[in-house]
Design a protein around this ligand. Structure first.
Ligand code: PMP
Length: 438
């Protein structure tokens, strides 16, 4: 099966890696923590797909549940009817969330979850008679998906560039907290975190708090390289938002369902947002599903009058899809039966030790980790940003690792089912690659 260079294929993202490898690398199957390529190589799944396969691939219980569900109820409209299993799933998800976030709106992806949360924020303020609150605040280096809402609040400037004319109005970004001396949670300094969060006050001073609807942040920025918030930072954001009547949204599309050794980052950092977006891990990547966890206050506001239900014209054909619901139940069953969130907690020091053991290698600029996720920033090749990352990616393929290298940063988020030995082996291979590349 040879494919002529890009003839039929419009790459998922037209990125550098694709340009550098015009013959697409093909994955034909996957089992557990490994992919199998068309050439018969096994590749360790160092990022759990795109952070979405914590249980690994090819789980027989998921396959069984899919077959059974397809035969029982493959689809049901959620327009006027409801599937009891989806209601039960809402309850299970809410039980894992911080108290008071008791309601779930289902979507099919993280991007849709983010856009839904932003729309809920606007709707909420409007119903409260504060329709002048239209501004949204994101954070530099934040990633919130590819919808117009998520892209606008997203803080990765190159992602917005081509679509600048379509951004939603009234969006600002607070400063990121990427700082090689200070981001690592192990070395966090409370004063610095609080100082950073004060940047929100700067925007409030600029615009008047009564025009701001919501602040959205990833508690730990994932796509831009596992940027752990400094101590006190998220607490301070919460305090400022509460003081000014601004909603705080945590985008937990990556961190939700155990990645940080707690069900949600909100619990890891002990901060309660007004909404939490989730996706990815809830269905182990098998069938798309996302959603928004919503506070009682927001829910009750929407449900309190007939006008509100009519005005919030928002939903998806596949919201709460029975097939995705069936998978999600099995995923949560397995996570509970196998204590996988606890397992992440136990694996955190293993990953931490293994990754920080690389700190003295030539060309390593910074290493960050939290839960079962980590990142290494590499010194770029002079004048060629991203070239080192790409070289590492290619070497990874030669060494049985499917890596995520963006720019010159490698991100790791292995499946929760990984063994300590697999994590150590992954980092030994990275050591070998970095030594080889010099
Ligand atoms: N938010 C965050 C924090 C994400 O990491 C992602 C995806 N990486 C998204 C939103 C978008 O999710 P999706 O790709 O499912 O639309």
């Amino acid at each position: 099966a040879t494919i002529k260079k890009g003839t039929y294929w419009f790459p998922f993202t037209a990125n550098r890696l694709v340009k550098a490898n015009p013959e697409p690398r093909m994955i034909v199957s996957a089992k557990g923590a490994y992919y199998q390529t068309i050439n018969g190589e096994a590749l360790f799944d160092t990022l759990s797909g795109l952070w979405c396969t914590p249980l690994g691939h090819g789980h027989f219980k998921i396959a069984e549940a899919l077959k059974k569900q397809a035969e029982t109820l493959d689809y049901a409209t959620t327009f006027q009817m409801i599937n009891p299993e989806t209601v039960r799933l809402s309850a299970r998800i809410a039980q894992k969330a911080p108290d008071g976030l008791e309601h779930v709106f289902f979507t099919n992806s993280g991007s849709e979850a983010v856009d839904t949360a932003l729309k809920l924020a606007l709707g909420y303020h409007r119903l409260k008679g504060e329709g002048q609150r239209f501004r949204m605040i994101g954070r530099e280096r934040g990633y919130h998906g590819v919808g117009f809402g998520g892209m606008s609040v997203g803080g990765i400037v190159p992602n917005r560039k081509m679509f600048a004319s379509g951004m939603i109005p009234g969006v600002d970004h607070i400063q990121h907290t990427y700082n090689r001396e200070k981001t690592a949670f192990t070395a966090g300094q409370p004063e610095w975190g609080i100082e950073q969060a004060q940047d929100l006050e700067r925007l409030i001073g600029l615009h008047d708090a009564s025009t701001i609807a919501a602040v959205i942040v990833e508690p730990v920025q994932g796509s831009t390289g596992v940027i752990v918030p400094p101590i006190g930072y998220l607490q301070k954001l919460r305090e400022i938002c509460t003081r000014h009547g601004i909603l705080l949204i945590f985008d937990e599309v990556i961190t939700g369902f155990g990645r940080l050794g707690e069900n949600f980052a909100a619990q890891r950092f002990d901060v309660k947002p007004d909404m939490i977006t989730f996706a990815k891990a809830i269905t182990n990547g098998v069938i798309p599903m996302g959603g928004v966890l919503i506070s009682d206050e927001i829910y009750n506001t929407f449900m309190s009058g007939p006008e509100s239900a009519i005005e919030f014209a928002h939903g998806y054909t596949y919201s709460g899809h029975p097939m995705a619901t069936a998978v999600a139940h099995v995923v949560l069953d397995i996570m509970e039966q196998e204590n996988l969130v606890e397992r992440v907690k136990a694996l955190e020091p293993v990953l931490q030790e293994a990754v920080h053991d690389l700190r003295d290698l030539p060309g390593v600029l910074d290493i960050r980790n939290i839960g079962l996720s980590a990142a290494i920033d590499l010194l770029p090749v002079e004048g060629k940003p991203g070239a080192k990352g790409m070289a590492v990616f290619n070497e990874g393929l030669e060494n049985g690792l499917l890596l995520r290298c963006v720019g010159d940063t490698i991100a790791f988020g292995p499946p929760f089912i990984s063994t300590p030995a697999q994590i150590q082996e992954m980092m030994m291979k990275i050591r070998h690659i970095l030594q080889k590349l010099g």
